[in-house]
Design a protein around this ligand. Structure first.
Ligand code: MAN
Ligand code: CA
Length: 249
């Protein structure tokens, strides 16, 4: 490559020299001179010159065509609450007669409900006097006489029932009401005869609710049965004592 450049340079130099010499040769016939030396023939064209330096940067091209639609972006943050919409059109005017009739029906129903509640209260009182008290799905029935714990178990069992054992406040309140109405403390179907200090229902399950009076139970092995006082509180006492018997169905 270098050699070729050098050769091209030399060729160019020679050409220029010849051309220069030819230019200086004046081919005019000299007066009184025998023109015996003819001018040399014009030389051949030299080789093309070297490539020039890169030209200046071109103008910015036109904008390309719009690309294809890209995939959807992430969900943006929640916008602010919009303004309240315009008020809707006014509704039809209600029929006055219908409204009056409706009010009369409501009043009649309210009166009917009041009478029904009165009747329920009366039935409830009559039931209690007869020895019945219903609370939730449990029915309590008072036996007419006071008996020992063992006798009480037999009486209830004969009627396909168990001795009353309240398992929540409502049931305890029902027995408290019966004790007040009969003015007698009631035996509960609860004892710690099997394991001292562990009070259980007749089915052997540990009690899930209690309402012991202050300092009770205190009878240790001498008091294994439980009574409910007229104030609703409990006391352990000897099972041979006689108390009002209430069965639960
Ligand atoms: C008192 C209290 C009770 C006990 C009875 C027994 O009322 O000491 O705890 O059970 O006597 O009669
Ligand atoms: Ca006691």
């Amino acid at each position: 490559m270098h050699l070729l450049d050098t050769f091209q340079f030399l060729t160019l130099t020679v050409s220029l020299t010849v051309a220069s010499d030819l230019e200086t040769c004046e081919c005019k016939p000299k007066i009184n001179t025998c023109n015996v030396v003819p001018c040399g023939l014009p030389g051949s064209n030299g080789l093309p010159g070297r490539d020039g330096n890169p030209g200046p940067k071109g103008e910015k091209g036109d904008q390309g065509e719009r690309g294809m639609l890209g995939p959807p972006g992430k969900v943006g943050p929640m916008g602010t609450k919009g303004d309240l919409g315009p008020r809707g059109p006014k509704g039809d005017e209600g029929k006055n007669e219908d409204l009056i009739s409706l009010k009369a029906q409501v009043t009649a129903l309210q009166e009917e409900m009041r009478m029904l509640q009165d009747n329920i209260n009366k039935y409830s009182k009559a039931m209690i006097l007869s020895g019945f008290k219903i609370v939730n799905e449990k029915w309590f029935k008072v036996h007419t006489s006071e008996e020992t714990f063992e006798e009480g178990k037999k009486i209830c069992s004969k009627n396909g029932a168990l001795m009353a054992a309240p398992q929540n406040v409502l049931e305890n309140q029902a027995l408290e009401e019966l004790a007040q109405n009969f003015n007698k403390d009631i035996y509960l179907g609860i004892s710690d005869e099997v394991t001292e200090g562990t009070f259980r229902y007749q089915n052997g399950q540990n009690i899930i609710y209690s309402n012991w009076a202050e300092n009770e139970p205190n009878g240790a092995r001498k008091e294994n049965c439980v009574e409910i006082y007229k104030n609703g509180q409990w006391n352990d006492r000897p099972c041979t004592d006689k108390r009002l018997i209430v069965c639960e169905f």
